[in-house]
Design a protein around this ligand. Structure first.
Ligand code: NAD
Length: 466
């Protein structure tokens, strides 16, 4: 507290083309090709994040009531670790790769793969982890040598303003710039030509982005949401299921793209799982979530009303939680026993602290139902024996999987969706790879001409010499 935050100011629409041209010019002048330049930028960014940690925490407290612990682990601390990992590895990643086993003639051509930057790229962030999900891709884009235009989510306005302050305090302004705004500003950005667009957010807007990119054949990374299932078999441990699934929905008050949207629980375990949810809730929040400093709020009225009407419309029975406070944008972690796979709590992504549980006959039914709701969710959470988990993995698709857990993603593994939950991946080494063009180069020496002459016509009699 006691920290004064900058005001969010939307970028004037008429300024946007000039910002993009400046970033393109910086790229064409090869400013960001130099690896040392990139490292300096990343180190400056590291220290600017450190210097602004209080402002980051305050902005997230005001935008989402995000607990300090979650801020340090999943926002500022996450980015700092990401920069350290990237700067430690960058020299290794940028190295030319040798071609795999080749025959002797080709070996003389010294074939290699360069890791060239793509050019000038656009990163559009989301509101729920505003720093991590916006600056995470930016770190990779800088490391790979691109110039970057950054569009934070207007949904988390204080975080967006602090992000701009950090970028402007640390990064070369000709190569990296922030554009602030909502739909009109994003549309203005999308009407420009890009070498890649990286978008994090909902699938409907994802489609708008992909369409806008198509005329210029711009590649697009889409990090979208998912109606993520948790499958709990008869051999699962109910206590573990409840504690971990509750964590998956109390983190950022369920506003997490990887959190489970619903649980399919073997009918023999349902009552135990519900009891364990109640126990875990009491243990995590002895005085309830509302009075705890360790529980976020819903981002705004729109999302609050959306979640409220999901709860109003469910045919299910609330068995834990269910308290809402509109003024405070508070929704308690709420477990609902539903009786149909078509319940809207299952078929719509809640992106909030709602935990519908549907009892199922057996594992086969659970797999069939999960595949029927969405066969390419972002995350999948199986709880059961090794053989059951193997069966689940072999009969489903998803962006990622956390066995015996919720929402977890280890930062050095590639992260991304598949099908409806998006495409392209980043984090760890993948954050660099996603921003480079693997450019194959061969150099045919003049002295090789006597051997290469075999390729020239007339072809008669030459095939047998290959
Ligand atoms: P949001 O409201 O923050 O929007 C995301 C971005 O899209 C913002 O920068 C916004 O300005 C832009 N945008 C909104 N409408 C637009 C339009 N009509 N044209 C162009 N740009 C537009 O976030 P959201 O979409 O509400 O986020 C929630 C969704 O995002 C959920 O589905 C969630 O699962 C998904 N998500 C995915 C990931 C991931 O990494 N896969 C991470 C977070 C959130």
């Amino acid at each position: 507290m006691g920290v004064t935050l900058p005001e969010l100011q939307y970028t004037a629409l008429e300024e946007i083309p000039a910002r993009v041209s400046a970033a393109r010019k910086a790229f064409l002048e090869n400013k960001t090709r130099d690896v040392e330049f990139r490292l300096v930028q990343l180190r400056k960014l590291y220290w600017a994040i450190k210097d602004h940690e209080e402002e980051i925490a305050e902005a997230l407290a005001q935008d989402l009531n995000k607990p300090r612990f979650e801020t340090e682990v999943a926002e500022s601390g996450w980015l700092l670790n990401d920069i350290v990992f990237t700067t430690r590895n960058l020299h290794k990643w940028v190295k030319d790769e040798k071609a795999p086993d080749i025959d002797l003639t080709f070996k003389f051509m010294n074939p290699k793969i360069r890791k060239d930057p793509l050019g000038t790229v656009l990163v559009i962030g989301a509101f729920n982890f505003p720093f991590q999900l916006t600056m995470g891709p930016v770190i990779g884009a800088i490391a790979a040598g691109n110039t970057v235009v950054i569009k934070p989510s207007e949904g988390a306005p204080r975080s967006a303003a602090v992000m701009q302050k950090i970028v402007e305090a640390s990064l070369d302004p000709s190569a990296y710039t922030v554009v602030q705004g909502g739909v009109p500003e994003t549309q203005a950005l999308l009407s420009e030509r890009w070498d890649k667009i990286f978008y994090t957010g909902g699938a409907n807007v994802g489609r708008i982005i992909a369409k806008a990119a198509a005329p210029n054949l711009t590649p697009v990374v889409l990090e979208l949401g998912g109606i993520n299932p948790a499958i709990v078999t008869k051999n699962a441990n109910p206590r573990l299921v409840a504690r971990r699934m509750l964590w998956g929905k109390l983190l950022n008050a369920g506003q997490v793209c990887t959190s489970q949207n619903y649980l399919l629980v073997d009918k023999s375990l349902v009552s135990q799982v519900v009891e364990e949810f109640k126990k875990a809730y009491k243990e995590f929040y002895p005085n309830g979530a509302k009075d705890s400093p360790d529980y976020s709020r819903i981002i705004n009225q729109n999302h609050f009303q959306r979640l409220k009407s999901m709860l109003d419309n469910t045919q299910g029975k609330i068995v834990m939680g269910g308290t809402l406070n509109e003024k405070e944008l508070f929704i308690e972690p709420t477990v609902v026993l539903v009786s149909s796979i078509d319940d809207s709590l299952i078929t719509q992504e809640s992106f909030g602290p709602l935990i519908p549980i549907l009892p199922v006959e057996d594992l086969d039914e659970a797999i069939k139902l999960a595949n029927g709701v969405m066969d390419t969710p972002l995350g999948l959470y199986p709880f059961g024996s090794k053989a059951e988990v193997k069966k689940i993995l072999n009969s489903t698709r998803s962006g990622g999987v956390s066995v015996n857990d919720a929402a977890l993603h280890i930062p050095t593994l590639p992260f991304g969706g598949v099908g409806e939950s998006g495409n392209g991946a980043y984090r760890g080494r993948a954050s660099f790879d996603v921003w480079v063009h693997r450019r194959p180069v061969t150099t045919s020496p003049g002295w090789l001409e006597s051997i290469l002459a075999i390729r020239y016509p007339p072809y008669a009699g030459k095939l047998s010499k290959f």
